[in-house]
Design a protein around this ligand. Structure first.
Ligand SMILES: NC(=O)c1ccc[n+]([C@@H]2O[C@H](COP(=O)([O-])OP(=O)(O)OC[C@H]3O[C@@H](n4cnc5c(N)ncnc54)[C@H](OP(=O)(O)O)[C@@H]3O)[C@@H](O)[C@H]2O)c1
Length: 197
């Protein structure tokens, strides 16, 4: 089983990381405020001293942070995930960030020989606790497919939206147009539309 790293143990991330641990994945975590990781550490997760150290101990690193600036700093900044990543490390950013930043992080990840998926979610902390998030994914399709078992620990509906930045684009449309109401019935229309842009 891949070794998973999880960064961002907030209202959403703590449940998502808990499901990954319960799914049997070896889990290493880091959070800016360490105390928020206490329950996960008690449940068997390992602590790393920095995002860089998380990456050094993981095959897949998931980030669930507040915004684009936080994702940029934690993944690409000093002592960040990319500094600890190896060839073929997979970075999955699950925050709701601007598509331009998703694409920029993907480019910087690929420049170091890794892969990146933007995979924002729809649902509340309660939905995250139930493991029933909707997950919209942009990035290399083969990496999405290989990551499905991991996504299935956290979500009940996973959608491949296209290349990098399309997951966060779909999230933006869902939020702005539908106020985060999950529009599965209309999804095919948007999927086709996004592929055309
Ligand atoms: N809450 C929801 O209902 C919901 C639903 C769908 C999607 N989302 C999206 O999911 C993401 C996370 O939301 P959340 O509700 O879990 O937020 P949250 O509870 O505020 O957690 C945010 C996390 O980001 C970390 N963080 C923020 N800035 C950082 C920085 N500069 N460096 C390092 N760590 C930083 C925080 O660390 P600290 O613990 O140290 O503050 C915390 O772990 C957001 O993009 C949000 O839009 C949320």
């Amino acid at each position: 089983m891949e070794r998973v790293g999880f960064i961002g143990i907030g209202l959403m991330g703590r449940h998502m990381a808990g499901h990954i641990l319960n799914g049997g994945y070896p889990l290493t975590v880091w959070n800016r405020t360490k105390e928020k990781a206490d329950a996960l550490l008690a449940a068997g997760a390992a602590w790393a001293e920095s995002p860089r150290a998380v990456a050094q101990n993981s095959d897949v690193v998931i980030t669930m942070l507040t915004n684009a600036e936080a994702s940029d700093a934690v993944i690409c900044g000093e002592n960040g995930v990319l500094e600890g990543a190896r060839e073929k490390t997979v970075i999955i950013d699950m925050g709701s960030i601007a598509p331009e930043m998703s694409r920029s992080i993907a480019q910087r990840t690929e420049a170091r020989g890794g892969f990146m998926l933007d995979a924002p979610v729809t649902g509340s902390p309660k939905v995250a606790e139930a493991g029933k998030l909707g997950i919209m994914v942009g990035g290399p399709k083969g990496i999405f497919e290989a990551s499905l078992p991991l996504f299935e620990t956290m979500g009940s509906k996973m959608v491949y939206a296209g290349k990098n930045g399309m997951g966060t684009t779909l999230k933006l449309i869902n939020k702005v147009v539908f106020h985060d109401f999950w529009f599965w019935d209309k999804f095919r229309f948007f999927q086709i539309m996004l592929r055309e842009t």
